[in-house]
Design a protein around this ligand. Structure first.
Ligand code: GBH
Length: 478
């Protein structure tokens, strides 16, 4: 490492979580049911049939989480609001739940009292069940966008005097693919009739993603028109993205890697940060299965994010698929893997089969995003699971050397991207503050820098949490 400069004093570093993954208390405080309650209680959908009924019990143990953050020295904390705690049925004519507002109020106040700045995600996949029952949620663009805008307004109104950093949607790509293409996430729709009686993988994921974009545009318009001037905050969206390294330097594989980046990232980032429309490569492959934006929607979308919220975990080698694209393809008609043409594997396996550490891929993706979108970046998630960690007791699990090495590599490359490459990065939030409900993997897969004992719900810092504290103490100006 050659970097000797330091990140600025106001660099926004900390940790991230999401409501359904940590809160528990699903039947308390007037919370309405969500599609993840339904999905996780459907046998066979989640590993070991786990669910988020208790999770980390943050609903009751919120003060422990605040103290943990304080002990790590975190400057910021990214968490999400459960839409159905605020508006149990979700819709724009439905009643607001004061108990839900009060819960988030006390939590936000506790963060601020401890010097921690909140970054609030409005939607991290836990759609109110009532909106799914009424009109299939994001499969109905106009209804969904109108209901989301109203929910966003309620949140800005209630919390915006203290919350100055808003994220509309977390990972629309993962939500639409998991929920509407392969059915591994709620609401579990897919063309695969062995998994779901309803769904159309050829069209629904593109419609669902489209609706989230339109809803995002309307919520941002509302914030800028009616709240920003008096509240003085910023608002954006968070997108997942893996680096795509061409398998070799043949023109077709270089083009394939670029196309993969456009399907995975450009699908949401081009409309918001670049052109107000989908990448041409997507229109070419998907034709009218990909919805179109009206002129007004395009204009609203373009420039609709004050920052680039980046969730990043891994890298793939990518090569062209030499056959016509299938109707269920989500990736741009490419194949991907972890082994290079010289037979070398990207980093050692994690617990999650899709994840291999590749710090240089992070740096390449930061440069790709900066060059294409020229928008300051917050890394809103980055982290890893550790193979076999769930088989260990707390005494061993806290010695998470694999995760320490992961963060070390990625954070060194963050410094290189900032100081050697000139990428503007304003913050970094590690995923995750706590071991938590890892969606379809349930509790079998841990991403926390803090160990959670799911029997006692006790929290114990791992070495990775201490590493992050030390890293930022050393690399941020005092
Ligand atoms: C994030 O999603 C989420 O925002 C967060 O809630 C989650 O806990 C965290 O990351 C850790 O997973 O199997 O090759 O088809 C990560 C997105 C979604 C990336 C599933 C990998 C599987 C690709 N992940 N995806 S594959």
């Amino acid at each position: 490492m050659t970097v000797t400069k330091k990140l600025p004093k106001d660099f926004a570093w900390g940790f991230a979580t999401a409501s359904y993954q940590i809160e528990g208390a699903v039947n308390e405080g007037g919370r309405g049911k969500t599609i993840w309650d339904t999905f996780s209680h459907t046998p066979g959908k989640v590993a070991k049939d786990d669910n988020g009924d208790v999770a980390c019990d943050t609903y009751h143990r919120w003060n422990e989480d605040v103290q943990l953050l304080k002990n790590y020295g975190a400057k910021v904390y990214r968490f999400s609001i459960a839409w159905s705690r605020i508006i149990p049925l979700g819709g724009r004519e439905d009643p607001i739940n004061p108990e839900g507002i009060a819960w988030y109020n006390q939590f936000i106040d506790a963060l601020l009292a401890n010097g921690i700045t909140p970054f609030v995600t409005l939607f991290h996949w836990d759609l109110p069940q009532a909106l799914y029952d009424r009109y299939r949620g994001p499969l109905n663009t106009n209804e969904f966008a109108a209901d989301f805008e109203r929910y966003a307004r309620v949140a800005f109104e209630a919390f915006g005097d203290r919350v100055r950093n808003w994220i509309t949607f977390n990972e629309p790509e993962v939500f639409s693919t998991g929920g509407f293409a392969n059915g591994v996430h709620a609401p579990g729709r897919t063309s695969d009739r062995s998994k779901s009686p309803e769904g159309d993988t050829a069209t629904e994921p593109w419609r669902a993603g489209h609706s989230l974009l339109v809803a995002h545009a309307h919520a941002v318009k509302a914030y800028r028109a009616d709240f920003k001037a008096k509240q003085g905050g910023q608002i954006g969206i968070t997108l997942n993205g893996d680096w795509a390294e061409p398998f070799d330097d043949t023109a077709e594989n270089v083009a394939a890697a670029q196309r993969k980046l456009e399907f995975n990232i450009g699908r949401f980032a081009d409309p918001v940060y670049l052109s107000g429309d989908y990448p041409p490569s997507m229109r070419a492959q998907l034709g009218d299965r990909l919805p179109t934006f009206t002129k007004e929607e395009s204009a609203l979308l373009k420039g609709s994010s004050d920052f680039y919220g980046m969730n990043h975990y891994t890298t793939n080698y990518v090569w062209n698929r030499n056959e016509p694209p299938t109707l269920d393809d989500q990736l741009g008609n490419v194949l991907k893997g972890f082994i290079s043409k010289d037979g070398e594997e990207l980093g050692p396996p994690a617990e999650s089969p899709w994840l291999r550490p590749c710090p240089w891929g992070f740096r390449k993706l930061l440069n790709w995003l900066w060059n294409r979108y020229q928008t300051p970046i917050y890394i809103t998630e980055n982290g890893c699971s550790v193979k076999g960690e769930s088989d260990l007791g707390v005494e061993q699990a806290v010695h998470d050397t694999y995760r320490v090495n992961y963060f070390k590599g990625y954070l060194e490359n963050l410094l290189l991207a900032v100081f050697d490459d000139g990428v503007q990065i304003r913050g970094y939030m590690a995923w995750s503050l706590l071991d938590n409900f890892e969606w379809a993997d349930g509790y079998t897969c841990r991403f926390g820098v803090t160990y959670v004992d799911y029997k006692t719900l006790e929290r114990t810092p791992k070495e990775s949490g201490k590493f992050i504290k030390k890293f930022f103490e050393e690399n941020v100006e005092a």
